[in-house]
Design a protein around this ligand. Structure first.
Ligand SMILES: C[C@H](O)[C@H](O)[C@H]1CNC2=NC(N)=NC(=O)C2=N1
Length: 139
């Protein structure tokens, strides 16, 4: 073994981190597929794996949707953010439930209506929402 190879070790933690970022990148590289039903819902184990790739999102107790919440600066900023999310969703042809309460608290729920559960589309859009949030330095 050459000298160089002797010192190129990675800890399991950074290996997991780099794998997660590669897999998260793969979600960002995908487009949501048209969905009119006829595909299986993601299983709890698949959901748990996908959740690792979309930090900030939580799954509901019945494994039927994922949610992310944050507080906007004010009402107008919240509405601007909701409209930006609407454009993102329209571009993907996959649409979240958008909630605005107490004038600036936003909650985004993602689920695939056609199968009344979660599909990869939900995680693709969640990853793209995370990328948008990061670019806006909102969260
Ligand atoms: C053909 C197109 O893919 C479907 O009508 C889309 C539109 N947006 C959608 N959004 C969500 N969240 N779930 C769906 O099943 C869905 N279906």
């Amino acid at each position: 073994m050459s000298d160089r190879q002797q010192f190129t070790t990675t800890s399991p933690a950074c290996e997991l981190a780099s794998n997660k970022s590669v897999l998260a990148e793969s979600l960002l590289a995908k487009k949501c597929l048209p969905c009119e039903g006829g595909i299986p819902r993601l299983e709890p184990a698949e959901i748990a794996t996908h959740l690792l790739l979309v930090p900030g999102w939580q799954v509901s107790g019945d494994n039927k949707l994922i949610s992310r919440s944050w507080r906007a600066r004010n009402f107008v900023s919240a509405m601007e953010q909701l409209n930006a999310l609407a454009e993102l969703a329209e571009a993907e042809q996959h649409h979240p439930d958008l909630h605005l309460t107490s004038y600036r608290h936003i909650r985004v729920d993602l689920w695939t209506h056609a199968i009344d559960g979660l599909s990869e589309n939900d995680f693709i859009l969640a990853a793209k929402i995370n990328q948008w949030l990061q670019k806006q330095s909102i969260t």
